[in-house]
Design a protein around this ligand. Structure first.
Ligand SMILES: Cc1ncc(C[n+]2csc(CCOP(=O)(O)OP(=O)(O)O)c2C)c(N)n1
Ligand SMILES: [Mg+2]
Length: 564
């Protein structure tokens, strides 16, 4: 078997049916081999787009793959791959590279940086495992090592394939199948300690679980659900963990985001006397910029990197998987908890458009919620799109994807390509700002090329709206762009600009009735100064927090108006 065949076979054995990339001379051989294989190739407009698409695919399917050329292509992936590292997404980069022989003969080759290993070293910083597949003797082993490292950590990996090594023979039988995960052996002492923490949770008056992104990445939802239902505990999720369990589940309260989130939910979480923060490292964005106010004596924190921590105890072996296993195997509580009455977010109310009324951010979300299919994948870009989408009530079988901690603009639109590639029965619904669109508008062409039935909603507030309340200036303005004409030029068959609620509503209605055969764009004019309730809450809380610091980020008039 040749190295290239082993690579494709190893991917296929891990369920990869589709990869994303942009060709270049050092990787054309691999593109041709992929084309001839059972794996589909989606050619994006740019490498950053391929990276975000593969990231989304990996979040939904367990392994996403971006295939690019050396240097000029691969380095454009550093941002998506760093984001995948930060948000634990299993994104594999396969980069072509100059052939070994040509490198030796002519060091001055195009796309090369400093030394042979410069690119490899850059990617080592943002991946958990990396290898150069340059020898038939080691390639199979290296390939499996990188893929296993990625699976174990749910983080990116990097493979470099010199152009003249593709066809090197692996001369002996190899086993490329994913090794079966070793059964989780839980030592008795650890089990007893895990059970002690279960008893601690059971002894609380108001126990509550704040679930996060690691539970989704390691597919722990079934275990979590089983335990929540048995114990009768309620679940809030972080923004990164949105759609962890169905938002219609009676025990699911909604999204907790500190001062940024809904006040009643904040109150509920922060007043819990047994708050289990599970699988969610407490970063700034998931805590409403560290506005989380809890009594440390009431908090039990369990995540992958730190294990279990409380104010005065620590056990790094009690990670989320181990703890949930121990709890799942423990006897049910006696007496069984009373069934919890449904109190999840209310189902979407019907939307009544007001004539000639400009579209506010909250009303836009209400209109979208009213037409959202039950099986949507909602993708929101950082900016007010993400803040507003936090409260969007997703129906039973929906997914939510966002660059919510790395927070890279330009994620959601190309990620929709990968979300569709991973899960074609789900309709991608993209929410992004006018600034974000300018960063990734080339990928509109990819949506059109593959007739991906995505709904793309642009929140056009004439600039970097999220930044204005922090510190405004002409640098937050943007060149006005005719989004409708842009989308049509890129090959969309449906694109509209809407100025008021009635126009919005009729466009959404048209999309529901005949938008499922290709992409649709709706650019929504958001009136100046309009923003989501979440962004208003955050701005106010930050203004209060920063009021005493000198000289603070000069919170400008938008905040003072909000406070007035
Ligand atoms: C790649 C990248 N560059 C810059 C930023 C900093 N940033 C955060 S929000 C924001 C404004 C986004 O503007 P827009 O997409 O129009 O959304 P809005 O804030 O107006 O809702 C910027 C520039 C970022 N998060 N990512
Ligand atoms: Mg904007």
């Amino acid at each position: 078997m040749q190295i290239v065949a082993a690579l494709i076979e190893a991917l296929r054995l891990r369920g990869v049916r589709r990869v994303y990339g942009v060709p270049g001379d050092y990787v054309l051989g691999l593109f041709a081999a992929l084309q001839a294989s059972p794996i589909d190739l989606i050619c994006t407009a740019g490498e950053e787009g391929a990276g975000f698409a593969a990231d989304a695919h990996g979040r939904l399917q367990g392994l996403g793959v971006a295939v690019v050329t050396y240097g000029v292509g691969a380095l454009k992936l550093l941002n998506p791959v760093a984001g995948a590292y930060a948000e634990r997404s299993p994104l594999l980069v396969i980069s072509g590279a100059p052939g070994l022989r040509e490198s030796e003969e002519h060091p001055l080759l195009h796309h090369r940086i400093r030394a042979d290993q410069t690119q490899l070293r850059l990617f080592r910083e943002v991946t958990v495992a990396s290898a150069v597949l340059d020898s038939g003797r080691t390639a199979a082993e290296e390939l499996v090592r990188v893929l296993e490292g990625m699976r174990r950590e749910s983080r990116p990996g990097y493979l470099e394939l010199p152009a003249d090594c593709l066809n090197r023979e692996i001369a002996w039988p190899i086993d490329l199948t994913p090794p079966a995960p070793a059964p989780l052996a839980i030592p008795e002492g650890l089990r007893r300690e895990g059970e002690r923490w279960l008893a601690w949770m059971r002894g609380r008056q108001r126990p509550l679980v704040l679930g996060g992104v690691e539970l989704a990445r390691f597919r722990l939802q079934p275990l979590l659900r089983q335990i929540l239902e048995r114990e009768g505990w309620e679940l809030a999720t972080s923004l990164s963990g949105k759609s962890l369990l169905s938002e219609s589940h009676p025990q699911v309260l909604g999204i907790y985001e500190g001062a940024m989130g809904q006040p009643h939910l904040r109150q509920r979480v922060e007043s819990s006397d047994g708050l289990l923060v599970l699988g969610q490292p407490l970063n700034d964005l998931d805590t409403g910029v560290f506005t989380m106010a809890v009594d440390a004596a009431h908090v039990l924190q369990v995540d992958l990197d730190g294990g279990l921590r409380t104010a005065d105890a620590r056990n790094e072996n009690l990670d989320p998987l181990t703890l949930l296993r121990i709890w799942a195997e423990a006897p049910a509580p006696e007496p069984a908890p009373l069934p919890i009455a449904a109190h999840g977010p209310a189902p979407a109310a019907a939307f009544e458009p007001a004539p000639d009324q400009p579209v506010g951010v909250e009303r836009l979300m209400a209109a979208i919620e009213a037409v959202l299919p039950a099986d949507a994948t909602v993708l929101a870009d950082p900016g007010d799109s993400l803040f507003a989408a936090a409260d969007l009530h997703l129906r039973e079988d929906s997914h939510f994807l966002a660059s919510s901690f790395w927070a890279s603009l330009g994620f959601a639109l190309p990620a929709a390509v990968g979300a569709w590639g991973a899960c074609q029965e789900h309709t991608p619904v993209v929410l992004l700002g006018d600034g974000a669109l300018l960063m990734c508008s080339n990928e509109l062409a990819t949506l059109a090329r593959y007739a991906i039935p995505a709904l793309v909603i642009v929140l056009d507030n004439g600039g970097y709206g999220t930044e204005r309340p922090i510190l405004d200036g002409p640098f937050n303005d943007l060149q006005p762009v005719a989004h409708r004409e842009l989308a049509l030029a890129m090959g969309f068959s449906a694109a509209e600009r809407v100025e008021n609620e009635e126009e919005l509503w009729s466009c959404l209605g048209r999309w529901r009735s005949d938008g499922m055969t290709g992409p649709t764009l709706i650019s929504v004019a958001i009136p100046a100064g309009e923003m989501s309730a979440a962004l208003k809450r955050l701005s106010t809380a930050l203004a209060q927090k920063l009021a005493s610091s000198s000289p603070p980020l000069a919170l400008n008039k938008v905040v003072s108006e909000l406070e007035a």
